[in-house]
Design a protein. Structure first.
Length: 114
């Protein structure tokens, strides 16, 4: 009976056992998850926070460009919408999420054009 016990406790034939392979696999998955977090999820969270700051900082009189490319001046604000003045007595109502960028004083509206 004692020889049976020692045979059961002996490592399997093949040398390195099975535990090292499992540990290496888990470490590889952990490394992949860390890379995924730092290259994809974290930058996305930063962009989302910046976008939220932009949407909260919009105020009456700001010149903006909507996500659709429409240029205008904020004429009024509600909790979820804003009124955009695009011409003389022409006002359009948009959802706040339509704000693309806010044009600061001194910036040209056509900063990409040459």
């Amino acid at each position: 009976m004692s020889t049976l016990f020692f045979l059961a406790m002996a490592p399997p034939p093949g040398g390195n056992g099975g535990g090292g392979g499992m540990f290496g696999t888990l470490m590889m998955f952990a490394l992949i998850i860390l890379i995924f977090y730092f290259m994809i999820l974290r930058p996305q969270q930063k962009r989302q926070k910046e976008r939220q700051k932009i949407l909260e900082s919009v105020k009456k009189g700001d010149k903006i460009i909507t996500a659709g490319g429409l240029h205008g001046t904020i004429a009024g604000l509600d909790e979820k919408t804003f009124l955009l003045e695009v011409g003389d007595k022409v006002k359009l109502k948009f959802d706040r999420s339509a704000v693309g960028t806010i044009i600061k004083e001194g910036e040209s509206e056509t900063k990409g054009a040459k």
